[in-house]
Each structure stands twice: as structure tokens, then as C-alpha cells.
Design a binder for this molecule. Structure first.
Ligand SMILES: Nc1ncnc2c1ncn2[C@@H]1O[C@H](COP(=O)(O)OP(=O)(O)OP(=O)(O)O)[C@@H](O)[C@H]1O
Length: 628
């Protein structure tokens, strides 16, 4: 792909950007781009990457590092760059999650850790249970020096790691502690590092170790800053204290230019330790310029108006936003439905979805049913009602062998297997063929198109796909044979090479867990299917209406959002004025492009705790519909 001059560069795949986005895109200093839902923040990062790479403002061998909060978001960004830039350019764009990046660094530079904080060569990332933390705190209180005992005794175990751990930069020596809190933290973390036979750190500790590594080894920090000329932070409102310190130690005043994008009103990860003051602190520390975007490219004008009413409840100074999408519905885009029984509620819902799909030529994935908590508690009922209309629903949070379905689908292994399955099932599928070639290139570790290793690997791929097609023709469609095909594909990948190609799988136990979950879900997808294409469709959930929590819907968009269980039962954490809960509600509403339906069913619960939400909807003019 030839180089483009900055003046000639145009957005890829979009007509235009709003003026503030243009300004931010071309700005060559630290910046934060603050904008509401649907304003194109993720799109902006993809365009800025394309701009920097295609104009050679980020010339070879420099790279761009994009850090996202969620794996799907990181993958989505990488995919966009692969589609819009040349292979050489997209190889210089690394899109990772914060956790994957810090785990990778801790692994790579493990030996550069001070002796006191050594990790074993292999380690397993764990999510310690609250009981273990509690016990460690109890022991620390017993062993703490006299005047620290009371302080340790007062630590809340539930927030111990997130808040106390989040705000303590590790000292090079583990005994350099000057408070009871740090004494308890050091004890707890050292116990994770010393676990037998391998260390079992969690993500907070790994973040802290990664920060320490580059603080005590300036050459490591310099090498990283010299590699990454530009760093992007997506969904920066969810950055934790520990992650922020890492970012600050590594890239502030390093010559690297950092662009953060986010939306304060979508901060729904405080329970995970998101720092509430990210924008202010980042602007002050990094001398970052602030850009505010004011367009919404996702939602229709009436939905943007509704979002504004909710946004003002979270932040009364929030600016008005302009919708850049036409409203396509003749009747109210937002409605509250009242039902007496769950049965009548869901009958009305499934019949409305079936009719709407027909009328507007939509597909099941244009709809999403969102819940505040526990989608599994609605799954059966929704499934039964949808079946009456010939529709299926898929609980994206369903546990598949130890991993949530939605997370399984975002796994690198799953994403690698899918094009191979498609090639097995179809005579021609050029897009899958291109993906398969790219996967082989990644797996066999070859970077150059004229590399003989790659040529050999592609020949091997050709032979393998022909064999796989023959197998798919020969084998009847069913559970066992679906497993067999996938096992052949994974065998062709080679687990060792897979672990090397995808940093997430350095922990081989995790790779095995993902593999088993994938085989299990594929076998399930073959149940009742009459063709391999149908198996793949079931596997991907293409023909089902997704059911998921609001947290899982973050960053996604659908034509129609249905919020089920908007009552005290479903929103048991709600209390008037609770900003995090309001933000969660805001995230749900802002996923919709054209329509949002709020379901209230008397049988499910009362409306006292959540009265504020109904008052807000009524004040925004959202009408009630009787569906009893
Ligand atoms: N300049 C643009 N012109 C046309 N469409 C755009 C533009 N920017 C973004 N979009 C489209 O608008 C939608 C929302 O974009 P995107 O997901 O990037 O928004 P976001 O700000 O990251 O959203 P959120 O914070 O709500 O998850 C997408 O469908 C995207 O393709």
C-alpha cells in the first residue's frame, strides 16, 4: 500500500468525521477524547491508527500499541486495521487488553524483577476467592507489629486488593513497608508468588509487577517506549488504579504519544477498581489536550434525546449530542411495557419480535435481550416463548466448560477454528481462505510473504483443507463427527504452536480449557442440525436472539434493545442516586440504534427501589403499553 500525504489522507470506509474528531486525529501530542455512546470512539482509534500508519507519521519500525479493556474490543480494533491497512502496516499495530499486555511483560522480563518479588518461570493467573484473602488478613493482623494491628484489623477484605493494592506501587524490597496496610499487602502477594509448585498471581499483582519491572529497569522502559511511538487507551474510564500507574510509569514523559478515549457516563466497573478520576488525572499528569465529540452515529434522534435525559441525571453539565442516524420507526422508539404475568409479557415480546423481523427484514442478531443480573434466571421462560414463534434465544453468559459462551467466542482459538470449519463445509469461501492463510502465517511464525517456511506452510494448508473437505462430505452431521472435525483442525494448528502464536495461551492449562469448551459447544451446536453450515450457524449463534447482561453488552450495538426485569428483583443493587447503577442503565439504553423496550412484569417484582428509573423514563415522554 503506497504512502499517503497527511493532507490527502481520507477516513477509510466512512464518509467523514466530525470536526473535533478530525482535530483529535491529527493532533500530535497526548490527548483524551471524551465522548458519549455511539460517537465513534472505537472507530476514531481505528481511523487514527490508519492515518498514522498510512502517512508514515508512524514509520517502520515504530509500532502502535492499542490497549482495550475487553478482549472483543481489542480483537475488533485489530480486525479493522487488518482490513484497512497493508499486512506490513497491520503487523505494526498491536491491539491487546491491559491484562494480556502486563501478563506478557511480567513473563518476558520476569528475570528483571527484584529478588524479593520473583515469579516462578511458569505461573498461573488466578482469581483468589474472598475466603483466602480474609484468612491472609487475619494472619497478617496476628503477625503485624503492635501499632499496626488495629489498622490491619480495620481493612475490608472485599476491597482490599482493588483499593489498597490498587494504590500501592511495589517497593523494590518487600520489607520496605511503612504501614499496616502495606504490611498486609506484601504478606498476601508474597504468598501468591511463593505458591507451590508455581506462583499464582492475580491480575492486580501482575500489573504491579509489570510496573515495578520497568521502574527498576529504565532500559526496559526505554526499549518499550522506543518500540511504541503511539499508545491508545480505549474505554479509559474503566482503567484501574494499578493500570493507570503502569501507564504513567511507562509512557509519561517517554516520548510516546498517548491517546485515551472514553466516556465517564459509561463507568460501570467501579467494583473492579476503575478509578473515578481518570480524565482529570490523565490530563494533569500527561499534559493531555481534551477533545469532546458531539455526534452520535448509532442511535436515532429520539433515542439520543432519551439518552440525554439519562446522561443529565449522571452529569448535569453533559453537552447536547446530535444524532447522525435517521429514525426508521413510525411509532415510539422507546416504550415501557406493563404485564401482569411473565407468560403474557414474553408472549407479547416474541410475537412483536417475529412481526418486526418480517416487516423490517431484520435478523435475530439485530435484537438483544439485556438483564441487569443473572440471565440464566430468565433463559428458560424466554426460550419457551420464542419457540412459539419459531425463534431461538442464546444465553451469551451460559457457562461452557468453565468459560462464558461470549468469552469463548472471543477466544483466539475459537476465532481461528471458525474459518477452517467454514472451508470444510463450503465449496468456496474466499474470505475464510484469506483468514486461514493469515492464521497459518501466525502459527508457523512467518512474517514475510516470500519466506520459504510460509510457502511450505501454505502448501500444507492446501493439502489439509482438501482432506478436511473430504472428511466433511464423508461424515454424517452429528455431535461426535463435529468434535472430530474440530479436533483435526486443532491438531493441525498444533497446541504448542498455538500457545506460542497467541500470548493468552502461554498458560497451557487455559488453552486446554478453551479447547475443551470449544469442542463441547461445537458438539452441542450439531444437535438437531442437518448440514455442516447449520452447525456453524448454531455455533456462532447467528440465528438466535442474544440474551446477556448489560455488562456483557458494553461496546456492542443492536437495532432493538429489550431490557427485561426492570424491577426491584432484577435490580436489587439499585438505590436512588447511585451513579454506577444509573450508568449501567445508560449503557443498556445506549446500545440501541432504533428501538428500546423496557419490560415491567408485576409477577417478577416491585418497582420501589427502581422508581427513579421509571420517573426518568416518564419525564422523557416514554409511553406505557399495556401487554397483560
Ligand atoms: N464518522 C462516522 N461516520 C459514520 N458512522 C460512524 C462514524 N463513526 C462511527 N460510526 C459508526 O457508529 C457506530 C458507533 O461507533 P463506535 O462503536 O465506534 O462508537 P463508540 O463511541 O465506541 O460507542 P460506545 O462507547 O457506545 O460503545 C458504529 O456502527 C460505527 O461504525
Amino acid at each position: 500500500m503506497k504512502m499517503v500525504s497527511p493532507a490527502e489522507w481520507r477516513p477509510v470506509g466512512l464518509e467523514d468525521l466530525e470536526p473535533a474528531a478530525w482535530e483529535a486525529l491529527k493532533y500530535d501530542g497526548n490527548s483524551c477524547v471524551v465522548a458519549g455512546p455511539g460517537s465513534g470512539k472505537s472507530e476514531f482509534l481505528a481511523q487514527r491508527a490508519a492515518y498514522l500508519l498510512q502517512t508514515h507519521i508512524c514509520p517502520p519500525p515504530y509500532r502502535i500499541l492499542a490497549i482495550s479493556y475487553k478482549r472483543e474490543a481489542a480483537q475488533n480494533l485489530q480486525d479493522r486495521i487488518v482490513r484497512t491497512c497493508s499486512p506490513e502496516q497491520s503487523r505494526r499495530f498491536a491491539s491487546v487488553t491491559f491484562d494480556a499486555f502486563t501478563v506478557g511483560l511480567a513473563r518476558r522480563f520476569r528475570k528483571a524483577l527484584p529478588a524479593a518479588w520473583q515469579l516462578t518461570p511458569n505461573f498461573r493467573v488466578v482469581f483468589p476467592d474472598q475466603g483466602t484473602i480474609r484468612e491472609s488478613l487475619r494472619n497478617s493482623r496476628l503477625d503485624a507489629p503492635g501499632d499496626w494491628k488495629a489498622e490491619v484489623g480495620g481493612i475490608l477484605y472485599k476491597t482490599f486488593e482493588i483499593y489498597e493494592g490498587g494504590s500501592w506501587r511495589l517497593p523494590p524490597e518487600s520489607d520496605q513497608v511503612n504501614s499496616g496496610t502495606h504490611f498486609a499487602l506484601a504478606r498476601w502477594w508474597l504468598s501468591l508468588l511463593a505458591a507451590d509448585p508455581i506462583s499464582t498471581p492475580n491480575f492486580i499483582l501482575l500489573n504491579r509487577l509489570a510496573e515495578l519491572i520497568q521502574r527498576v529497569n529504565p532500559q526496559v522502559a526505554r526499549a518499550l517506549a522506543a518500540t511504541y511511538k503511539y499508545v491508545f487507551v480505549d474505554e479509559c474510564q474503566d482503567t484501574t488504579f494499578a493500570q493507570y500507574d503502569f501507564l504513567e510509569s511507562l509512557f509519561n514523559n517517554s516520548g510516546t504519544i498517548v491517546t485515551s478515549v472514553g466516556d465517564d457516563k459509561q463507568r460501570i466497573m467501579s467494583f473492579g477498581g476503575a478509578r473515578p478520576d481518570f480524565f482529570a488525572v490523565f490530563q494533569a499528569d500527561f499534559g493531555a489536550r481534551r477533545f469532546v465529540l458531539r455526534c452520535n452515529y448509532r442511535s436515532s434522534p429520539s433515542l439520543v434525546k432519551l439518552q440525554h435525559v439519562l446522561a443529565r441525571q449522571i452529569d448535569e453539565d453533559v453537552p447536547e449530542v446530535e444524532s447522525r442516524t435517521d429514525g426508521l420507526l413510525p411509532s415510539s422508539a422507546a416504550q415501557m411495557w406493563y404485564s401482569v404475568s411473565a407468560e403474557s409479557e414474553l408472549r407479547a415480546l416474541s410475537s412483536a419480535i417475529a412481526k418486526d423481523m418480517n416487516l423490517r427484514r431484520l435478523v435475530p442478531r439485530d435484537y438483544a435481550i439485556l438483564t441487569r443480573n443473572r440471565p440464566d434466571s430468565y433463559e428458560r421462560q424466554v426460550e419457551a416463548a420464542m419457540a412459539h414463534e419459531g425463534l431461538t434465544v442464546r444465553n451469551e453468559s451460559r457457562d461452557v466448560g468453565g468459560i462464558a459462551l461470549q468469552d469463548l467466542m472471543a477466544q483466539s482459538l475459537t476465532r481461528a477454528v471458525v474459518p477452517f470449519l467454514k472451508l470444510a463445509a463450503r465449496e468456496r469461501d474466499p474470505e475464510s481462505w484469506i483468514s486461514a492463510c493469515k492464521i497459518v502465517q501466525d502459527l508457523r511464525g512467518s512474517d514475510y510473504e516470500d519466506d520459504p517456511t510460509l510457502q511450505r506452510a501454505l502448501r500444507e494448508l492446501n493439502v489439509f483443507i482438501s482432506g478436511l473437505r473430504r472428511d466433511a462430505c464423508r461424515l454424517s452431521v452429528g455431535r461426535e463427527n463435529a468434535r472430530l472435525l474440530a479436533e483435526k483442525i486443532i491438531e493441525f494448528f498444533d497446541l504448542e504452536q498455538t500457545a506460542l502464536a497467541f500470548p493468552d495461551y502461554r498458560d497451557s492449562e487455559f488453552l486446554v480449557l478453551v479447547k475443551d469448551a470449544l469442542l463441547f459447544h461445537l458438539a452441542d451446536s450439531a444437535e438437531g442440525a442437518t448440514s455442516w453450515d447449520a452447525v456453524i450457524e448454531n455455533f456462532l449463534g447467528a440465528g438466535s436472539v442474544p440474551l446477556m447482561t448489560i455488562h456483557k453488552s458494553k461496546g456492542l450495538e443492536f437495532d432493538t434493545i429489550v431490557l427485561i426485569g426492570l424491577d426491584d428483583q432484577g435490580w436489587w443493587q439499585y438505590s436512588r442516586g447511585n451513579v454506577e447503577e444509573l450508568s449501567t442503565f445508560f449503557v443498556a439504553v445506549s446500545r440501541a440504534k432504533q428501538r428500546v423496550v423496557f419490560l415491567y412484569c408485576r409477577e417478577r417484582g416491585k418497582r420501589s427501589k427502581v422508581a427513579e428509573l421509571y420517573e426518568l423514563l416518564e419525564s422523557a415522554g416514554v409511553p406505557w403499553r399495556d401487554r397483560r
